[in-house]
Design a binder for this molecule. Structure first.
Ligand SMILES: [Ca+2]
Ligand SMILES: [Ca+2]
Ligand SMILES: [Ca+2]
Ligand SMILES: [Ca+2]
Length: 743
């Protein structure tokens, strides 16, 4: 017995020591101080019993200056019986907050959920219901008058479809229960700020449209309403559409309302992968940037640490929602939020920059016309396919900082081609995958192929899981047939519009899941860079269909491809040919996967590249991943504000600067597989500007044929094989470039 006691004591000591070390890290963060400097409140939801735990309190008071009770002001707890209130929990939180110099948010006076049984069982007339609600609001708000500065007066009033949600107050009082509640809260404490709070209203969508109409009407009637709360309970699997959220915040602010982030958490399923953890971090830091950029005055997480998060009990199998883990260790998200709070105030324009622009961001893909249509039978043997352009699946859009697909061709590799006749699209996908997984409950998390198109403003997403036809609920006029090992997919889709000479918004994606235990897919490869927003009708590339004369004439811009990013860095990387993680840590890694010397443009892992913006310089790093090629040149083109720079660097040598006096330098690694370079763009700093760029590796393959690795498709080099490079081509006709956003 003694022995066990001793060992368990030791374990306890070690554990508490661990907690101590982690909590020390957490205390050191001092999010609160940085938030104060930026004029934003950073808060979290708490329960009264947490305030008896010294570690919790220590982290809370050092990092947060805003508190809200997670449950103790909800009817069920604060008003458990018809004629009696229980203020004990709420009082404790309010007093604690005030003692520690925190602002307090009251949550909530009206909600459809967590109501006491007596209330749910009451049969009330309109007048009786008004009396019950008014008494409750006057009592609760009255008690905390001058102490609680912000109130979520009504929580979650909106239904998913943008019409008011049914609740007991709506039922008994009518639609005006919201304005009555706001008026009574105002009467009880004229100085408190009053909010309506909801979830799922963060981006522009049917629900936020309904919410917007509601608050606009209230404002126009002069109802006392100071702001709206966007809850931000996010599933970290989906990267949010921050541009849409920004646009939404702006329209609410334009009504003269404050926008608070009221219940932030970003949940992940199961044991998160490194990619998911990075996305979790990125979502938190982008949210904080968004809050600062739009002067949102409060950023509240729904809990302090995963130790007490509501997530696992509500979303089975999910966790990891908050900035501190269950041992109070700050996650990378907490450090990222701290860095955002410490940095310069982000400009709102970084969220407003939209992919849709007057310029075509990327060349369109090409769909050839066929007279005899291929037989859709999973056998890839028709002549019609041979002449088609072939493109890779390559940007892993599930990732946010590393878009390069898995290194092994056997793990996942695919290419695709499209031909058409009339209104019908025909396609072939060739796919290599080490393990086919088709048993996941969510169709998109299986090994699958997806086709996205936007024709004349109407978009559609359709999916076929390996081995199966198009998903039934997608109502496809066509079929999808796989061969027996899932290596070939042939499909047809009638889009109902003659495609001859037409340009459409277009995208495809190949997903890979190698975990039959129902874990999530690990990658979803697209032929374009993006943010995985195709399922929201955004982030489309383009396809142009051959016209009746055999020409490809790109029509008006239909797609809205995301730009490539050159994030800012304060410290310039050391140009020594060694691409160190730390010096490039802000950058995004992109694949070089298009061979423009061939009609089959698909390469999986030709190379990778990344950029950084350092004041008035652009820095780049390139990795050559294909071992079998002999390199002739690194080619870099950059064009900003009318000035175009074209530079070449042969293996092992600096840029050839004979043709230009530009300040530039390229350094290759000893094995000539990695290159680091910098180019001075101009005298003035670059910040949040869009430029055009192209970057390529020009080489010969083992057979001595010309190959090139580019980040996007293109045709010039195919059509004019005599041209040796971009410079020469540029003088002949416009070279195809993509947009790079220098942040
Ligand atoms: Ca066939
Ligand atoms: Ca695989
Ligand atoms: Ca797989
Ligand atoms: Ca270096």
């Amino acid at each position: 017995m003694m022995k066990w006691k001793f060992i368990s004591m030791l374990i306890l000591i070690v554990l508490s020591r661990l907690t101590f070390i982690f909590s020390e890290d957490a205390v050191k963060l001092q999010l609160r101080n940085y938030a104060t400097q930026k004029g934003i409140y950073i808060g979290c939801a708490v329960m009264p019993q947490h305030l008896d735990e010294p570690t919790f309190v220590n982290i809370l008071t050092n990092n947060f200056n805003y508190l809200t009770p997670e449950n103790n002001m909800k009817w069920e707890l604060i008003h458990p019986k018809k004629d009696s209130y229980d203020f004990s929990g709420a009082d404790k939180i309010v007093e604690f907050g005030l003692k520690n110099g925190m602002r307090i948010r009251g949550h909530t006076l009206v909600w459809h959920y967590q109501n006491p049984k007596w209330l749910l069982d009451s049969k009330l007339t309109r007048e009786e219901a008004m009396e019950v609600l008014k008494n409750h609001i006057m009592t609760v708000v009255g008690r905390y008058k001058g102490k609680v500065k912000d109130w979520d007066v009504v929580n979650e009033p909106m239904g998913e479809n943008g019409v008011l949600r049914w609740n007991i107050w709506y039922q008994n009082i009518g639609e005006d229960y919201i304005e009555l509640a706001l008026n009574w809260a105002k009467e009880a404490d004229p100085d408190a700020k009053l909010f309506l709070n909801d979830y799922g209203i963060e981006p522009v969508n049917a629900k936020s449209d309904g919410f917007y109409r509601l608050v606009k009407k209230l404002k126009s009637k002069g109802v006392p309403l100071d702001g709206v709360g966007f809850q931000f309970h996010l599933d970290g699997k989906f990267y949010p559409d921050f541009a849409s959220i920004a646009q939404n915040i702006k329209r609410f602010k334009d009504l003269g309302l404050e926008v608070h982030f009221t219940e932030v958490d970003v949940r992940l399923y199961g044991k998160p992968s490194q990619r998911e953890i990075e996305q979790h971090e990125r979502i938190f830091s982008e949210l904080m940037k968004l809050a600062l950029a739009y002067d949102c005055k409060a950023f509240i997480t729904w809990g302090l640490s995963d130790k007490y998060s509501w997530i696992p009990s509500f979303f089975s199998g999910y966790g990891y929602g908050l900035m501190f883990d269950e041992n109070y260790k700050p996650k990378s998200a907490a450090l990222a939020v701290r860095d955002v709070l410490k940095g310069k105030k982000p400009k709102s324009s970084i969220f407003e920059i939209q992919t849709t622009s007057q310029e075509r961001p990327l060349p369109a893909f090409r769909g050839k016309r066929v007279d005899n249509v291929p037989v859709i039978d999973g056998k890839f043997n028709e002549e019609e396919w041979k002449d088609a352009y072939v493109y890779p699946f390559v940007f892993n859009q599930l990732n946010t900082k590393d878009f390069v697909p898995p290194a092994s061709y056997d793990d996942i590799y695919g290419n695709w081609r499209i031909v058409y006749k009339g209104s019908k699209i025909y396609g072939v996908v060739l796919r290599k995958d080490n393990l086919t997984v088709v048993n996941h409950k969510d169709p998109w998390d299986n090994d699958n192929f997806e086709l996205f198109y936007n024709i004349d403003g109407k978009w559609k997403q359709i999916r076929t899981i390996v081995g199966k036809d198009w998903q039934k609920d997608h109502n496809v006029n066509g079929k999808a047939i796989w061969n027996s090992d899932g290596g070939i997919l042939e499909f047809e889709v009638d889009v109902g519009v003659d495609l001859t000479g037409k340009t459409i918004g277009f995208n495809v994606a190949l997903s890979d899941n190698d975990t039959p235990d129902n874990s999530l897919r690990k990658c979803q490869l697209y032929p374009i860079v993006g943010n995985n927003t195709g399922w929201q009708g955004k982030g489309f590339g383009e396809m142009t269909f051959e016209d009746e004369n055999g020409n490809f004439i790109d029509k008006a811009l239909i797609g809205d491809v995301m730009p490539f990013l050159a994030p800012p860095s304060k410290i310039p990387p050391v140009l020594d040919g060694v691409i160190e993680k730390d010096e490039w840590k802000n950058s995004v890694r992109y694949p070089l996967a298009y061979n423009r010397f061939s009609k089959d443009q698909s390469i999986n892992n030709g190379g990778a590249f990344r950029f950084l913006t350092v004041e008035n310089y652009i820095y780049g790093a390139v990795e050559i991943l294909d071992n079998k090629i002999s390199i002739e040149n690194l080619e870099f083109l950059f064009s900003l504000g009318g000035e175009t720079i074209v530079l070449y660097s042969p293996p092992g040598s600096d840029f050839d600067k004979k043709q230009s006096k530009i300040e530039a330098k390229a350094v290759w690694s000893k094995d000539k597989k990695d290159i680091e370079f910098m180019v001075k763009i101009r005298d003035k700093s670059i910040s949040n500007e869009k430029a055009r760029f192209s970057l390529g590796i020009i080489a010969k393959n083992a057979k001595g044929e010309n190959v090139s690795f580019y980040p996007f498709c293109g045709y010039n080099l195919i059509d004019e094989t005599k041209a040796k490079g971009l410079g020469e081509l540029m003088s002949k006709k416009g070279i195809e470039t993509a947009i790079i956003l220098c942040q």
